[in-house]
Ligand binder design. Sequence first.
Ligand code: PHE
Length: 511
Amino acid sequence: TSNPPSGDLTTSILHALSKTDSPISSTEVFPDVPFESLKAALDRLASRSMVNYEQVEREEAFLEPEAEVIVSHGSHEARVFEAVRKALDGLSIQDLEKEIGDKNVTKLGQGKAFKEKWIKKDGGLLVPLVETINDVTREQLKVIQEKKTHDAKIISDLKKRKLLRLQKVISFKIAKGAKFALEMVKEETDLTAEMLASGAWKTATFKPYNFKALGADQHAGALHPLNKVRSEFRQIFFEMGFTEMPTNQFVESGFWNFDTLFVPQQHPARDLQDTFYVSDPLVAGKPTATGPDDKQNYEEYFENVKQVHQNGKYGSIGYRYPWAEEESLRLVLRTHTTSISAAMLHKLAGQKDENGRVPPARYFSIDRVFRNETVDATHLCEFHQVEGVIADYGLTLGGLMEFMDMFFGAMGVTDLRYKPAYNPYTEPSMEIFSYHKGLNKLIEIGNSGIFRPEMLEAMGLPKDLRVFGFGLSLERPTMIKYGISNIRELLGHNVDLSFVQKNPAVRLDKS
Ligand code: PHE
Protein backbone atom coordinates (compact mmCIF):
# COMPACT_ATOMS: atom_id res chain seq x y z
CA THR A 1 0.00 0.00 0.00
CA SER A 2 1.07 3.56 -0.61
CA ASN A 3 2.18 5.83 2.18
CA PRO A 4 -0.42 8.36 3.22
CA PRO A 5 0.45 11.96 2.31
CA SER A 6 2.35 13.45 5.21
CA GLY A 7 0.52 16.19 7.07
CA ASP A 8 -2.94 14.82 6.37
CA LEU A 9 -3.81 13.30 9.67
CA THR A 10 -7.27 12.05 8.69
CA THR A 11 -5.75 10.04 5.84
CA SER A 12 -3.06 8.64 8.18
CA ILE A 13 -5.74 7.50 10.61
CA LEU A 14 -7.75 5.80 7.84
CA HIS A 15 -4.62 4.04 6.55
CA ALA A 16 -3.62 2.84 10.03
CA LEU A 17 -7.12 1.42 10.51
CA SER A 18 -7.15 -0.29 7.12
CA LYS A 19 -4.23 -2.52 8.18
CA THR A 20 -6.07 -4.20 11.05
CA ASP A 21 -9.54 -5.27 12.09
CA SER A 22 -9.08 -4.46 15.76
CA PRO A 23 -9.13 -0.98 17.28
CA ILE A 24 -5.87 0.94 17.38
CA SER A 25 -4.49 3.04 20.19
CA SER A 26 -3.40 6.55 19.37
CA THR A 27 -0.43 6.46 21.77
CA GLU A 28 0.91 3.47 19.90
CA VAL A 29 0.19 4.58 16.33
CA PHE A 30 0.51 8.35 16.67
CA PRO A 31 2.75 8.83 19.72
CA ASP A 32 3.97 12.27 18.65
CA VAL A 33 0.76 13.89 17.39
CA PRO A 34 -0.56 16.55 19.79
CA PHE A 35 -3.79 15.66 21.56
CA GLU A 36 -5.80 18.58 20.09
CA SER A 37 -4.90 17.90 16.44
CA LEU A 38 -5.68 14.24 16.86
CA LYS A 39 -9.05 14.98 18.42
CA ALA A 40 -9.94 17.47 15.66
CA ALA A 41 -9.11 14.90 12.96
CA LEU A 42 -11.06 12.17 14.76
CA ASP A 43 -14.08 14.47 15.15
CA ARG A 44 -14.07 15.15 11.40
CA LEU A 45 -13.99 11.45 10.65
CA ALA A 46 -16.52 10.54 13.34
CA SER A 47 -19.02 13.15 12.09
CA ARG A 48 -19.05 11.19 8.79
CA SER A 49 -19.30 7.85 10.64
CA MET A 50 -15.98 6.82 9.08
CA VAL A 51 -14.50 6.02 12.48
CA ASN A 52 -15.69 5.50 16.02
CA TYR A 53 -13.43 6.53 18.81
CA GLU A 54 -13.37 6.79 22.55
CA GLN A 55 -11.07 8.60 24.88
CA VAL A 56 -9.14 6.34 27.23
CA GLU A 57 -7.37 7.57 30.32
CA ARG A 58 -4.76 5.41 32.01
CA GLU A 59 -1.72 5.69 34.22
CA GLU A 60 1.68 4.84 32.85
CA ALA A 61 4.77 4.05 34.92
CA PHE A 62 8.10 5.69 34.11
CA LEU A 63 11.51 4.73 35.56
CA GLU A 64 13.28 7.13 37.87
CA PRO A 65 17.03 7.59 37.13
CA GLU A 66 17.94 5.13 39.92
CA ALA A 67 15.74 2.48 38.31
CA GLU A 68 17.45 3.03 34.96
CA VAL A 69 20.80 2.28 36.62
CA ILE A 70 19.27 -0.93 38.05
CA VAL A 71 18.06 -1.96 34.60
CA SER A 72 21.53 -1.52 33.10
CA HIS A 73 23.72 -2.69 36.04
CA GLY A 74 21.44 -4.84 38.22
CA SER A 75 19.94 -4.15 41.66
CA HIS A 76 22.20 -3.09 44.55
CA GLU A 77 21.84 -6.54 46.23
CA ALA A 78 22.56 -8.36 42.95
CA ARG A 79 25.70 -6.30 42.42
CA VAL A 80 26.86 -7.08 45.98
CA PHE A 81 26.17 -10.82 45.46
CA GLU A 82 28.02 -10.82 42.14
CA ALA A 83 31.09 -9.16 43.66
CA VAL A 84 31.13 -11.63 46.59
CA ARG A 85 30.65 -14.64 44.27
CA LYS A 86 33.48 -13.57 41.97
CA ALA A 87 35.95 -13.22 44.88
CA LEU A 88 35.98 -17.05 45.38
CA ASP A 89 37.60 -16.98 48.89
CA GLY A 90 35.48 -14.30 50.45
CA LEU A 91 35.65 -10.51 50.32
CA SER A 92 36.30 -7.92 53.02
CA ILE A 93 33.83 -5.07 53.35
CA GLN A 94 36.52 -2.54 52.31
CA ASP A 95 37.22 -4.53 49.14
CA LEU A 96 33.51 -4.84 48.41
CA GLU A 97 33.17 -1.07 48.66
CA LYS A 98 36.13 -0.66 46.26
CA GLU A 99 34.64 -3.18 43.86
CA ILE A 100 31.18 -1.55 43.79
CA GLY A 101 32.56 2.02 43.83
CA ASP A 102 29.58 3.52 45.67
CA LYS A 103 29.29 3.56 49.47
CA ASN A 104 25.53 3.88 49.48
CA VAL A 105 24.87 1.11 46.95
CA THR A 106 27.24 -1.15 48.92
CA LYS A 107 25.46 -0.49 52.21
CA LEU A 108 21.92 -0.93 50.91
CA GLY A 109 22.82 -3.92 48.69
CA GLN A 110 24.64 -5.69 51.54
CA GLY A 111 21.65 -5.41 53.88
CA LYS A 112 19.27 -6.70 51.24
CA ALA A 113 21.61 -9.59 50.23
CA PHE A 114 21.88 -10.66 53.89
CA LYS A 115 18.08 -10.57 54.23
CA GLU A 116 17.67 -12.66 51.06
CA LYS A 117 20.22 -15.12 52.51
CA TRP A 118 22.42 -14.76 49.42
CA ILE A 119 25.58 -14.00 51.42
CA LYS A 120 26.86 -14.40 55.00
CA LYS A 121 29.82 -13.26 57.11
CA ASP A 122 32.49 -15.93 57.66
CA GLY A 123 35.58 -15.01 59.74
CA GLY A 124 35.24 -11.29 58.90
CA LEU A 125 34.83 -11.98 55.19
CA LEU A 126 31.69 -12.03 53.03
CA VAL A 127 30.98 -15.38 51.32
CA PRO A 128 28.12 -16.49 49.02
CA LEU A 129 25.36 -18.77 50.36
CA VAL A 130 23.84 -19.74 46.98
CA GLU A 131 25.05 -20.57 43.50
CA THR A 132 22.85 -18.20 41.55
CA ILE A 133 20.23 -15.58 42.30
CA ASN A 134 17.24 -14.17 40.50
CA ASP A 135 17.36 -10.32 40.29
CA VAL A 136 13.59 -9.83 40.54
CA THR A 137 13.66 -6.04 40.81
CA ARG A 138 15.72 -5.71 37.64
CA GLU A 139 13.40 -8.06 35.76
CA GLN A 140 10.31 -6.16 36.91
CA LEU A 141 11.82 -2.80 35.95
CA LYS A 142 12.78 -4.17 32.52
CA VAL A 143 9.15 -5.13 31.91
CA ILE A 144 7.94 -1.72 33.03
CA GLN A 145 10.49 0.08 30.88
CA GLU A 146 9.04 -1.65 27.87
CA LYS A 147 5.32 -1.94 28.70
CA LYS A 148 4.92 1.13 30.95
CA THR A 149 2.85 -1.02 33.32
CA HIS A 150 2.90 -4.21 35.49
CA ASP A 151 0.80 -5.85 38.21
CA ALA A 152 -0.73 -3.27 40.53
CA LYS A 153 1.05 -4.73 43.57
CA ILE A 154 4.47 -4.61 41.87
CA ILE A 155 3.89 -1.08 40.63
CA SER A 156 2.88 0.15 44.07
CA ASP A 157 5.89 -1.55 45.75
CA LEU A 158 8.36 -0.08 43.27
CA LYS A 159 6.72 3.29 43.55
CA LYS A 160 7.13 3.15 47.35
CA ARG A 161 10.81 2.46 46.74
CA LYS A 162 10.87 5.64 44.64
CA LEU A 163 11.97 3.74 41.54
CA LEU A 164 8.88 4.75 39.52
CA ARG A 165 6.75 7.73 38.84
CA LEU A 166 3.18 7.42 37.53
CA GLN A 167 1.72 9.70 34.90
CA LYS A 168 -1.77 10.01 33.48
CA VAL A 169 -1.87 9.43 29.73
CA ILE A 170 -4.88 10.20 27.58
CA SER A 171 -5.19 8.25 24.38
CA PHE A 172 -7.85 7.42 21.85
CA LYS A 173 -9.10 3.97 21.07
CA ILE A 174 -10.00 4.20 17.38
CA ALA A 175 -12.08 1.70 15.38
CA LYS A 176 -13.52 1.57 11.86
CA GLY A 177 -16.94 3.21 11.55
CA ALA A 178 -19.99 2.19 9.53
CA LYS A 179 -18.89 4.31 6.54
CA PHE A 180 -15.19 3.45 6.78
CA ALA A 181 -13.27 4.12 3.57
CA LEU A 182 -9.69 4.92 2.70
CA GLU A 183 -10.48 8.37 1.48
CA MET A 184 -12.57 11.21 2.80
CA VAL A 185 -15.28 12.00 0.29
CA LYS A 186 -15.90 15.64 -0.45
CA GLU A 187 -19.16 16.60 1.20
CA GLU A 188 -21.48 18.86 -0.76
CA THR A 189 -23.06 21.74 1.15
CA ASP A 190 -25.48 22.82 -1.59
CA LEU A 191 -27.68 21.06 -4.09
CA THR A 192 -26.88 22.96 -7.31
CA ALA A 193 -28.60 23.21 -10.67
CA GLU A 194 -25.53 21.58 -12.30
CA MET A 195 -25.79 18.58 -9.98
CA LEU A 196 -29.43 18.16 -10.94
CA ALA A 197 -28.70 18.49 -14.65
CA SER A 198 -25.74 16.08 -14.67
CA GLY A 199 -27.28 13.60 -12.24
CA ALA A 200 -24.29 14.02 -9.93
CA TRP A 201 -26.72 14.49 -7.02
CA LYS A 202 -27.42 10.73 -7.10
CA THR A 203 -23.93 9.83 -5.91
CA ALA A 204 -22.95 13.02 -4.10
CA THR A 205 -22.41 12.95 -0.34
CA PHE A 206 -24.16 15.78 1.41
CA LYS A 207 -22.90 17.36 4.55
CA PRO A 208 -25.46 16.80 7.28
CA TYR A 209 -27.09 19.83 8.90
CA ASN A 210 -25.69 20.77 12.29
CA PHE A 211 -28.78 21.64 14.26
CA LYS A 212 -26.70 22.25 17.34
CA ALA A 213 -24.75 25.14 15.81
CA LEU A 214 -25.30 28.47 17.53
CA GLY A 215 -26.71 31.24 15.39
CA ALA A 216 -24.71 34.31 14.47
CA ASP A 217 -25.03 37.32 16.78
CA GLN A 218 -27.87 39.57 15.73
CA HIS A 219 -27.13 43.25 15.69
CA ALA A 220 -30.50 44.63 16.54
CA GLY A 221 -31.28 48.04 17.97
CA ALA A 222 -31.18 48.42 21.73
CA LEU A 223 -32.78 50.77 24.21
CA HIS A 224 -30.47 52.85 26.35
CA PRO A 225 -30.61 51.83 30.05
CA LEU A 226 -32.06 55.24 30.90
CA ASN A 227 -34.93 54.54 28.49
CA LYS A 228 -35.56 51.17 30.09
CA VAL A 229 -35.73 52.62 33.61
CA ARG A 230 -37.81 55.50 32.27
CA SER A 231 -40.44 53.13 30.92
CA GLU A 232 -40.60 51.38 34.30
CA PHE A 233 -41.21 54.74 36.01
CA ARG A 234 -43.86 55.67 33.48
CA GLN A 235 -45.65 52.43 34.20
CA ILE A 236 -45.68 53.14 37.94
CA PHE A 237 -47.07 56.64 37.28
CA PHE A 238 -49.79 55.33 34.97
CA GLU A 239 -50.77 52.68 37.52
CA MET A 240 -51.17 55.48 40.08
CA GLY A 241 -53.49 57.51 37.85
CA PHE A 242 -51.06 60.13 36.57
CA THR A 243 -51.13 61.69 33.11
CA GLU A 244 -47.94 62.67 31.29
CA MET A 245 -47.05 66.32 30.82
CA PRO A 246 -45.72 67.54 27.45
CA THR A 247 -42.07 68.33 28.07
CA ASN A 248 -40.92 68.73 24.47
CA GLN A 249 -39.12 72.04 24.95
CA PHE A 250 -35.68 72.42 26.43
CA VAL A 251 -35.74 76.22 26.28
CA GLU A 252 -37.94 78.15 28.70
CA SER A 253 -38.28 81.76 29.70
CA GLY A 254 -37.06 82.75 33.14
CA PHE A 255 -40.73 83.45 33.82
CA TRP A 256 -41.76 79.78 33.72
CA ASN A 257 -38.50 78.37 35.00
CA PHE A 258 -38.15 80.79 37.95
CA ASP A 259 -40.66 83.63 38.42
CA THR A 260 -43.85 81.56 38.43
CA LEU A 261 -42.13 79.39 41.07
CA PHE A 262 -41.50 82.40 43.33
CA VAL A 263 -37.74 82.23 42.73
CA PRO A 264 -36.63 85.87 43.23
CA GLN A 265 -34.68 87.47 40.41
CA GLN A 266 -31.57 87.81 42.64
CA HIS A 267 -31.63 84.13 43.61
CA PRO A 268 -28.20 82.46 43.16
CA ALA A 269 -29.82 79.65 41.13
CA ARG A 270 -30.43 82.26 38.41
CA ASP A 271 -26.70 83.10 38.21
CA LEU A 272 -24.69 82.34 35.08
CA GLN A 273 -22.69 79.84 37.17
CA ASP A 274 -25.79 77.72 37.68
CA THR A 275 -28.00 78.29 34.66
CA PHE A 276 -27.32 78.24 30.92
CA TYR A 277 -28.75 81.32 29.21
CA VAL A 278 -29.59 81.33 25.52
CA SER A 279 -27.71 84.01 23.53
CA ASP A 280 -29.75 83.91 20.33
CA PRO A 281 -32.53 84.84 20.71
CA LEU A 282 -31.90 86.45 24.05
CA VAL A 283 -35.48 86.89 25.17
CA ALA A 284 -38.93 85.40 24.76
CA GLY A 285 -42.18 87.23 24.15
CA LYS A 286 -44.60 87.56 27.04
CA PRO A 287 -46.52 84.35 27.76
CA THR A 288 -49.67 83.82 25.68
CA ALA A 289 -52.32 81.14 25.30
CA THR A 290 -50.93 77.92 23.86
CA GLY A 291 -53.94 76.99 21.75
CA PRO A 292 -57.66 77.58 21.10
CA ASP A 293 -58.58 75.47 24.16
CA ASP A 294 -56.41 77.55 26.44
CA LYS A 295 -58.86 79.97 28.06
CA GLN A 296 -56.46 81.31 30.65
CA ASN A 297 -55.71 85.00 30.98
CA TYR A 298 -51.93 85.16 30.61
CA GLU A 299 -51.66 88.93 30.95
CA GLU A 300 -53.37 88.87 34.30
CA TYR A 301 -51.18 85.97 35.45
CA PHE A 302 -47.98 87.77 34.38
CA GLU A 303 -49.09 90.79 36.39
CA ASN A 304 -49.99 88.64 39.43
CA VAL A 305 -46.54 87.04 39.46
CA LYS A 306 -44.95 90.46 39.30
CA GLN A 307 -47.13 91.70 42.21
CA VAL A 308 -46.34 88.67 44.37
CA HIS A 309 -42.59 89.23 43.95
CA GLN A 310 -42.54 93.03 44.15
CA ASN A 311 -45.27 93.99 46.61
CA GLY A 312 -46.67 90.75 47.99
CA LYS A 313 -50.21 89.48 47.35
CA TYR A 314 -52.60 86.67 48.49
CA GLY A 315 -51.49 87.12 52.09
CA SER A 316 -47.78 86.93 51.17
CA ILE A 317 -45.54 89.90 51.93
CA GLY A 318 -43.52 89.04 48.79
CA TYR A 319 -39.82 89.81 48.32
CA ARG A 320 -40.29 93.58 47.94
CA TYR A 321 -37.75 94.31 45.20
CA PRO A 322 -38.28 95.97 41.82
CA TRP A 323 -39.26 93.03 39.60
CA ALA A 324 -37.82 93.34 36.08
CA GLU A 325 -39.85 92.15 33.11
CA GLU A 326 -36.68 91.79 30.96
CA GLU A 327 -35.14 89.41 33.48
CA SER A 328 -38.29 87.32 33.36
CA LEU A 329 -38.24 87.09 29.57
CA ARG A 330 -34.60 85.93 29.25
CA LEU A 331 -34.37 82.49 27.70
CA VAL A 332 -32.74 79.65 29.62
CA LEU A 333 -32.18 75.94 29.19
CA ARG A 334 -34.70 74.68 31.74
CA THR A 335 -33.02 73.83 35.04
CA HIS A 336 -35.91 71.64 36.16
CA THR A 337 -39.16 70.34 34.72
CA THR A 338 -41.04 72.18 37.47
CA SER A 339 -41.39 74.93 34.84
CA ILE A 340 -43.71 72.54 32.98
CA SER A 341 -45.57 71.71 36.21
CA ALA A 342 -46.16 75.45 36.72
CA ALA A 343 -47.55 75.82 33.19
CA MET A 344 -49.77 72.75 33.67
CA LEU A 345 -51.10 73.97 37.02
CA HIS A 346 -51.82 77.35 35.46
CA LYS A 347 -53.80 75.57 32.72
CA LEU A 348 -55.58 73.49 35.37
CA ALA A 349 -56.81 76.74 36.96
CA GLY A 350 -58.49 77.46 33.62
CA GLN A 351 -60.63 74.34 33.97
CA LYS A 352 -62.87 75.84 36.71
CA ASP A 353 -66.50 74.76 36.73
CA GLU A 354 -69.38 77.22 37.40
CA ASN A 355 -68.78 76.95 41.19
CA GLY A 356 -65.13 77.97 40.78
CA ARG A 357 -63.95 74.42 41.48
CA VAL A 358 -61.07 72.89 39.56
CA PRO A 359 -60.86 69.11 39.29
CA PRO A 360 -58.13 67.21 41.17
CA ALA A 361 -55.21 66.24 38.92
CA ARG A 362 -52.07 64.11 38.86
CA TYR A 363 -49.33 64.95 36.38
CA PHE A 364 -45.88 63.53 35.77
CA SER A 365 -42.99 63.93 33.37
CA ILE A 366 -39.57 62.39 32.77
CA ASP A 367 -37.27 64.50 30.65
CA ARG A 368 -34.01 66.30 30.32
CA VAL A 369 -32.90 69.33 32.32
CA PHE A 370 -29.70 71.41 32.22
CA ARG A 371 -27.49 72.87 34.93
CA ASN A 372 -24.16 74.63 34.68
CA GLU A 373 -22.27 72.11 36.82
CA THR A 374 -18.61 71.13 36.97
CA VAL A 375 -18.59 67.70 35.38
CA ASP A 376 -17.36 64.89 37.61
CA ALA A 377 -18.16 61.24 38.35
CA THR A 378 -21.64 62.06 39.63
CA HIS A 379 -22.49 65.34 37.87
CA LEU A 380 -23.21 66.21 34.26
CA CYS A 381 -24.47 69.45 32.75
CA GLU A 382 -27.59 67.62 31.70
CA PHE A 383 -29.61 64.88 33.31
CA HIS A 384 -33.18 63.63 33.41
CA GLN A 385 -35.70 64.61 35.98
CA VAL A 386 -38.63 62.53 37.11
CA GLU A 387 -41.28 64.99 38.25
CA GLY A 388 -44.76 64.64 39.67
CA VAL A 389 -47.50 66.91 40.97
CA ILE A 390 -50.75 66.03 42.72
CA ALA A 391 -53.46 68.67 43.03
CA ASP A 392 -56.36 67.89 45.36
CA TYR A 393 -58.42 69.21 48.24
CA GLY A 394 -57.55 68.46 51.87
CA LEU A 395 -54.00 67.33 51.19
CA THR A 396 -51.64 67.26 54.17
CA LEU A 397 -47.88 66.86 54.68
CA GLY A 398 -48.50 63.39 56.15
CA GLY A 399 -50.32 62.56 52.92
CA LEU A 400 -47.28 63.61 50.89
CA MET A 401 -45.07 61.31 52.99
CA GLU A 402 -47.54 58.46 52.60
CA PHE A 403 -47.60 58.99 48.84
CA MET A 404 -43.80 59.04 48.64
CA ASP A 405 -43.66 55.79 50.63
CA MET A 406 -46.06 54.22 48.11
CA PHE A 407 -44.30 55.64 45.06
CA PHE A 408 -40.80 54.54 46.05
CA GLY A 409 -42.20 51.31 47.53
CA ALA A 410 -43.51 50.47 44.05
CA MET A 411 -39.90 50.24 42.88
CA GLY A 412 -38.65 48.38 45.91
CA VAL A 413 -37.21 51.38 47.80
CA THR A 414 -38.50 51.30 51.39
CA ASP A 415 -37.75 52.86 54.82
CA LEU A 416 -37.65 56.43 53.59
CA ARG A 417 -36.41 59.29 55.77
CA TYR A 418 -37.51 62.92 55.39
CA LYS A 419 -35.42 65.99 56.10
CA PRO A 420 -36.78 69.55 56.18
CA ALA A 421 -35.37 71.49 53.24
CA TYR A 422 -35.88 74.74 51.37
CA ASN A 423 -37.31 75.44 47.94
CA PRO A 424 -38.56 78.94 47.04
CA TYR A 425 -41.78 77.41 45.65
CA THR A 426 -42.71 74.87 48.32
CA GLU A 427 -43.44 75.26 52.02
CA PRO A 428 -42.87 72.95 53.78
CA SER A 429 -40.19 71.23 51.68
CA MET A 430 -38.64 67.84 52.36
CA GLU A 431 -35.63 66.04 50.99
CA ILE A 432 -36.22 62.30 50.72
CA PHE A 433 -33.51 59.87 51.81
CA SER A 434 -33.19 56.13 51.55
CA TYR A 435 -30.69 53.78 53.16
CA HIS A 436 -28.27 52.43 50.54
CA LYS A 437 -27.01 48.98 51.55
CA GLY A 438 -23.96 49.03 49.26
CA LEU A 439 -22.80 52.45 50.41
CA ASN A 440 -23.96 51.76 53.98
CA LYS A 441 -25.45 55.23 54.39
CA LEU A 442 -28.56 57.31 53.76
CA ILE A 443 -28.53 58.85 50.28
CA GLU A 444 -30.77 61.59 48.93
CA ILE A 445 -33.18 60.21 46.39
CA GLY A 446 -35.60 63.08 45.89
CA ASN A 447 -36.90 66.53 46.73
CA SER A 448 -40.52 67.38 47.49
CA GLY A 449 -42.91 69.81 49.07
CA ILE A 450 -46.29 71.52 49.06
CA PHE A 451 -46.47 74.44 46.62
CA ARG A 452 -46.80 77.87 48.23
CA PRO A 453 -50.23 79.55 48.16
CA GLU A 454 -48.87 82.77 46.58
CA MET A 455 -47.66 80.66 43.67
CA LEU A 456 -50.95 78.77 43.20
CA GLU A 457 -53.38 81.62 43.87
CA ALA A 458 -51.55 83.83 41.38
CA MET A 459 -52.53 81.21 38.77
CA GLY A 460 -56.17 81.47 39.81
CA LEU A 461 -56.34 78.14 41.64
CA PRO A 462 -58.83 78.03 44.54
CA LYS A 463 -57.49 78.74 48.06
CA ASP A 464 -58.39 75.30 49.40
CA LEU A 465 -56.63 73.36 46.64
CA ARG A 466 -53.30 71.95 47.79
CA VAL A 467 -50.59 70.74 45.42
CA PHE A 468 -47.84 68.27 46.22
CA GLY A 469 -44.72 68.37 44.06
CA PHE A 470 -41.66 66.14 43.90
CA GLY A 471 -38.66 65.56 41.71
CA LEU A 472 -35.82 63.08 41.41
CA SER A 473 -33.15 62.24 38.88
CA LEU A 474 -33.59 59.32 36.52
CA GLU A 475 -29.81 58.75 36.50
CA ARG A 476 -29.43 57.90 40.17
CA PRO A 477 -31.76 54.86 40.29
CA THR A 478 -30.43 53.75 36.87
CA MET A 479 -26.84 53.85 38.12
CA ILE A 480 -27.84 51.86 41.19
CA LYS A 481 -29.76 49.30 39.12
CA TYR A 482 -26.96 48.81 36.57
CA GLY A 483 -24.10 49.08 39.08
CA ILE A 484 -22.50 52.12 37.40
CA SER A 485 -20.34 54.40 39.53
CA ASN A 486 -19.43 57.01 36.92
CA ILE A 487 -22.30 58.91 35.32
CA ARG A 488 -20.20 59.47 32.18
CA GLU A 489 -20.50 55.76 31.41
CA LEU A 490 -24.25 56.28 31.23
CA LEU A 491 -24.70 59.57 29.39
CA GLY A 492 -22.61 61.60 26.97
CA HIS A 493 -19.88 60.95 24.42
CA ASN A 494 -18.00 58.40 26.54
CA VAL A 495 -20.82 55.87 26.55
CA ASP A 496 -19.73 52.48 25.24
CA LEU A 497 -22.27 51.30 22.66
CA SER A 498 -21.78 47.66 23.61
CA PHE A 499 -22.79 48.61 27.15
CA VAL A 500 -26.08 49.84 25.72
CA GLN A 501 -26.51 46.77 23.51
CA LYS A 502 -25.66 44.12 26.08
CA ASN A 503 -27.47 45.35 29.19
CA PRO A 504 -30.64 43.47 29.99
CA ALA A 505 -34.02 45.03 30.53
CA VAL A 506 -34.37 46.27 34.08
CA ARG A 507 -37.10 45.32 36.50
CA LEU A 508 -37.60 47.65 39.39
CA ASP A 509 -38.24 45.18 42.19
CA LYS A 510 -41.87 46.01 42.72
CA SER A 511 -43.33 45.02 46.06
N1 PHE B 1 -37.62 71.14 41.17
C1 PHE B 1 -37.09 70.37 42.27
C2 PHE B 1 -35.67 69.94 41.94
O1 PHE B 1 -35.20 70.24 40.87
C3 PHE B 1 -37.92 69.16 42.57
C4 PHE B 1 -39.26 69.56 43.12
C5 PHE B 1 -40.35 69.59 42.30
C6 PHE B 1 -39.38 69.90 44.44
C7 PHE B 1 -41.61 69.96 42.79
C8 PHE B 1 -40.62 70.25 44.95
C9 PHE B 1 -41.69 70.27 44.12
O2 PHE B 1 -35.00 69.31 42.72
